[in-house]
Design a protein around this ligand. Structure first.
Ligand code: GUN
Ligand code: ZN
Length: 438
């Protein structure tokens, strides 16, 4: 068995921090080490202790003085939108119709889907993101290209073929029958292969007929352990149009509830404008509201009420995500930087421990995958991100006066991006340095 000892400062969360002083929420080692065996962390702790228990002559990689954290997790993005990022639109529906739908039509071509998939995984690794929950396009070819590339790289990914059968260009529509057959085929071919997880993925209520929503209901009944992902309550015009299309539903959330889509494995992108009734329904079913800060600001969708959703009597589970290509950065550091500002505008704070919890263990728990990813605990897959708080001249200057872990994390989040990621490990293998220079 090949073993590697990775040395550096290590940080891993045990639970959500209650405050900036809640040091019981995490484990930090100022001279720490991880013993990696066959892609998993087999021991973690102080360097001297882990080294003493490691096999004779174990290979060592020394990342001091950098900080080693679990690989970042991004719980909502669109892999066919890499060339949609930075499109000039006034709002969500204009952005979808003018730029996003035409671009996604191109993914009917296998060669195009395969080319973009390679770029997608390169960007993930470059930015320290080791797990993402992705929408492919409506075309099965796009899901095949995505999962094949993920398998090749040994990455833990959640993704689905998008289901959509109305209110979009012809080249981007399936039918209820096709979406059922192709989703089942994607599950049969890819779910559980390597570290791939298939998600049932109706795009949103506007682009699915009631007949297709019935199909999503059947799929969720047939495959109750699979993730479900869709969009909910992102934009006022979107909400109004959805309520027109499903007049029998009490509200937007009730559309999904009627088709059995709420639950602990269900991720709802955005959830900015939920009523109290809708938040209760999310809470009661354990559904996850996905906060997409850079996208919400870019598309002018609104300010995600993180504090209100998590502190209510019936709290809503939350996660955080880039929402590429409505989002404007692949970096989870930048994503949390914008999350901080969104909370500032609501008179709230997001402390840096909370941010780092959210992009690691918090997102793993939202995906019900915390037994495999999101921590540095023995038994976890060895997906790691190595961070350098002095990665740029401006960061190095600021780092001169950093004198606590909280300061360091906040500097990384506020000024950092892919340049602050010194290395990314996927299942114990260095993946960022393997990409070569930028
Ligand atoms: N709602 C439906 N599709 C999309 C999408 O691709 N991006 C965003 N931000 N919202 C959506
Ligand atoms: Zn989205």
């Amino acid at each position: 068995m090949t073993s590697t000892l990775i040395r550096g400062r290590t940080l891993s969360f045990k639970r959500a921090p209650q405050s900036i002083d809640d040091s019981a929420a995490y484990t930090y080692e100022s001279d720490g080490a991880l013993l990696i065996e066959t892609g998993r962390i087999s021991a973690a702790g102080a360097y001297a202790t882990v080294k003493a228990a490691a096999p004779e002559g174990v290979a060592e990689i020394d990342h001091r003085p950098h900080l080693i954290v679990p690989g970042f997790i991004d719980t909502h993005l669109h892999f066919p939108q890499m060339q949609v990022m930075a499109s000039y639109a006034a709002n969500l529906l204009e952005w979808l119709n003018t730029y996003t739908f035409p671009e996604e039509c191109r993914f009917v071509e296998t060669a195009h889907a395969e080319r973009i998939a390679k770029h997608f995984f390169d960007e993930m690794v470059r930015h320290g993101t080791t797990t993402a929950t992705a929408y492919c396009s409506v075309h099965k070819t796009s899901a095949d290209a995505f999962f094949a590339e993920s398998l090749r790289r040994g990455m833990c990914m959640v993704a689905g073929k998008v289901m959509m059968d109305r209110n979009a260009p012809q080249g981007l529509l399936d039918t209820p029958e096709m979406s059922y057959d192709e989703t089942r085929a994607v599950i049969a071919e890819w779910h559980g292969k390597g570290r791939n997880h298939v998600a049932i993925t109706p795009r949103f209520a506007i682009t699915s007929t009631p007949e297709q929503m019935e199909v999503t209901k059947s799929l969720v009944r047939e495959f109750p352990k699979l993730h479900v992902q869709t969009h909910l309550s992102e934009n006022r015009d979107e909400i109004a149009f959805t309520c027109e299309l499903f007049p029998e539903a009490k509200d937007y959330t009730d559309v999904y509830a009627r088709y059995g889509l709420l639950g602990r494995k269900s991720l709802f992108g955005h959830c900015i404008h939920l009523s109290e009734r809708e938040a209760d329904a999310m809470s009661e079913t354990g559904s996850v509201a996905v906060f997409c800060p850079t996208s919400n600001l870019f598309l002018g969708s609104g300010l995600f009420p993180l504090g209100a959703l998590t502190r209510r009597q019936k709290p809503v589970r939350v996660s955080v995500a880039s929402d590429i290509g409505g989002g404007t950065s692949y970096s989870m550091l930048k994503t949390l930087d914008e999350a901080y500002k969104i909370l500032q505008l609501q008179g709230e704070r997001l402390n840096p421990f909370d941010s780092f919890y959210m992009m690691t263990r918090g997102n793993a728990e939202a995906l019900s995958l915390a037994d495999r990813i999101g921590t540095l605990e023995p038994g976890s897959d060895a997906d790691l991100t190595v961070l350098d708080m002095a990665a740029t001249p401006a960061m190095a200057l600021r780092a001169e006066v950093v004198n606590s872990l909280a300061d360091e994390l906040f500097l990384l989040q506020t000024m950092g991006d892919d340049r602050a990621v010194a290395e990314t490990y996927v299942a114990g293998t260095p993946a960022k340095s393997a990409l070569g220079p930028n």
